[in-house]
Design a protein around this ligand. Sequence first.
Ligand code: GLN
Length: 285
Amino acid sequence: MSSNPDKVWTVLSMLEWATDFFEEKGVDNPRLSIEWLLAHILDIRRLDLYLKFDRPLSPDELDRLRPLVKRRAAHEPLQYITGTTDFLNCTIQVSKEVLIPRPETEQLVEMVLNRYDSAEELSVLDIGTGSGCIPVAIKKNRPNWICAGLDISDDALHVAQSNAELNDVDVSFFKGDLNRLESKGKTQEQEWDIIISNPPYITNEEKVELDPQVLNYEPELALFHDKPLEVYQHICKFAASQQAVLYLECNDKIAEQIKDVALQFFGKAELKKDYDQNNRFVVAE
Ligand code: GLN
C-alpha cells in the first residue's frame, strides 16, 4: 500500500490490492473486509463503492485506512474496527469489552417480538446484557414496555448505556452478578414479565474449537464459563421466582440439559432451533 508514494489509489485498485493482501494473510471474507473498511472511511454505503470505482483516494483517506487494514490483517473482527454493527433495526456500538451481537441473538429477540405486541405493556430484563443489544432492540420495537439490562462489567454497562442513547430509547442498566440474582431479586421491587439471557456458555474445554478471531478479540467474561449449567440454573431459579416467561440462548451441546434444568423450575420448557438447525434456545414458562 505504501511502496510507491506517487501511486494514485482509486477505490477499485484499493479493493483489488487489499483483497489479495487479506487473502495472503488468511483473513475471512477478504473482499467484503476491504469493502467494509473503505465504505467506513469514505462514509458511504458498501454497495455505493461500486458506483465510485474510479474515485481517487486522498492522502488523508489513505492515512486513515492504513491502520484499519493492518488491524484486519491481524484478524480483528470488522465490527470492532469500525466500532458498530447492525442488530435488527438498531445500530449497536461495540468495543472489546462486549461481545459482537450474533444473528442467533437477533432470532432470540424476534421470538419475543413475534409473540407479544405493543398492546401488552410488559417488563423485560436481560441478564448479562453486554452491549445492551437485546433490551435496546426490544425497547426500540416496543416503546411502551419497560426494558432493563443487568451486567457484572462496568465497561459493558457503559457501552450498553451509550447504545440506549444512540438509539434514542430509555433502558435502565444496572450492575449485578448472575450468580447472585436471588438477592438482587429481593432488593429490587420490580417483578419481570419476561426474562431473557444469552449468558457466557462456552466451556474451557471447547476453547480449542473456537475461531481465533473470536478467541483473541472477544471478551472472555462474555464467552466462557466453567460450569454453564450452573449459570442457567441461577437464571431459571430467579426467573421462576418472578413468575416470568424465560427466553434463553444456549450452547447447543448442552441444550437438552438446559431444558431439564428449566423443568426443575417451570411447568413447561421448549427447545428451539437456530437457522443452522442447532438446538439454540430454551423457552420456559
Ligand atoms: N446479551 C449480549 C448479546 O447477546 C451479551 C451476551 C454475552 O456477553 N454473553 O450479545
